[in-house]
Design a protein around this ligand. Sequence first.
Ligand code: G6P
Length: 478
Amino acid sequence: MADTTSDPGPTPYGDYDFIVVSNRLAVDRVVVDGQSDWRRSPGGLVTALAPVMEHADGAWVGWHGAAGEPLDEFDHSGMHLVPVELSAREVELYYEGFANATLWPLYHDVIAPPEFHRTWWDAYRRVNRRFAEASAMAAAEGATVWVQDYQLQLVPAMLRQLRPDLRIGFFNHIPFPPLEIYAQLPWRQQVLEGLAGADLIGFQRPGDAQNFTRCVRRFLGAASRQGVFTMTDENGAERRVEARSFPISIDSRHIAELARDEEIIERSRQIRHELGDPTTLLLGVDRLDYTKGIPERLKAFGELLEDHRVSVEDCTLVQVASPSRERVEHYKTLRDEVESTVGRINGTYDTLEKTAIRYLHQSYPVEEMVALYLAADVLLVTALRDGMNLVAKEYVAARTRNDGVLVLSEFTGAAEQLRQALLVNTHDIDGVKNAIVRAIHMEPRETARRMRAMRKQVLEHDVKRWSSDFLSALQERR
Ligand code: G6P
């Protein structure tokens, strides 16, 4: 390995030929009964990338979820993890602030109003630089570095400056907004320049890639053709950057294998039994996030009970809402709203034996999730906007007997691939209600026809294919 310590820009080469960089590592550091332990991190990004990294001989650079705790590199579940430290103040300004109260709502159709604060932006830049430096330190000469998601959009350009020898990819797991919305961002140009440091920028949907390309044309003045645009570096050298869609997926085979495990099948029976063996079990599984359309789903279900189109005697909704970003204001408000709605519906319709909604503000290991998927006759995904929604794909992968109905919001990336779901416009409460009733009464033949087609899609397009498609496209770029 070459030693460049005598170079003027003294970033020495590291050991890894392949590096993934994301805000979160695959595991979070947690303290249980005074003992520190590791727990799988929340969200779709980790769900998708962990199986890729467990089989790749590379390093994963990211935050370990605990504020103000420096930590050495370590190995976990076959992955080499390189922790990046964030102070409590940085968690507040960069993570809770700029990432999750500016960018997240801005990129999700301004469902909640984004806030713009210069102190948050300064922290975002500072933290992105730290991630870029940590990645530059870990990367071998000519390595491939794959930067993930909206928290780290400045990293590609910062990294290119530190290490021009690297091949750099970026993947945005969330939607990229239309130009008219993106235009609100006071730092719109700097963010685009940050992303354009990559050789290849991946998005979930073709529409996201188009939105991005339009913004690049407008705010960077770069000419583009078929998603490829030209950037001119400080020294006048031209570089081509491509923006394209690569819809992400899951480790479908692993989920299907779990779904065939006798213990998990038995657990799914037990779940139904403990819920009083309802004729129909509806399921919702989400991070407790205002993009997920949980209040709309509850409203639809509550009205169905009120209209006597479903009855608590034979239908139960299980809603798993895993805790998320709990110190961010809009998440607190959402939690209050969801919990008071659940309380009101249950208070009105529960009997001593039966409950309308079993609400669980918790997260569960994958085995328990698969048991829930197997137990549920219908999965309700009613997001108002979602980059992909991997829960929908997990449900499909788990239904090895081609039964079960997926009600899926049109506003998810998954709706572009799972066309045989019952697609709904979440804002249209009557439409959602009708879809739920249709799902409950769907004939087994129609259910099987739809599920078979969706399973074929999900099994053929798994996360390994997603990463190899992206990485081979990146390979071709330079
Ligand atoms: C989404 C984002 C991820 C994020 C995850 C969990 O899936 O795309 O980047 O990690 O949510 O959110 P959190 O803020 O807990 O990391």
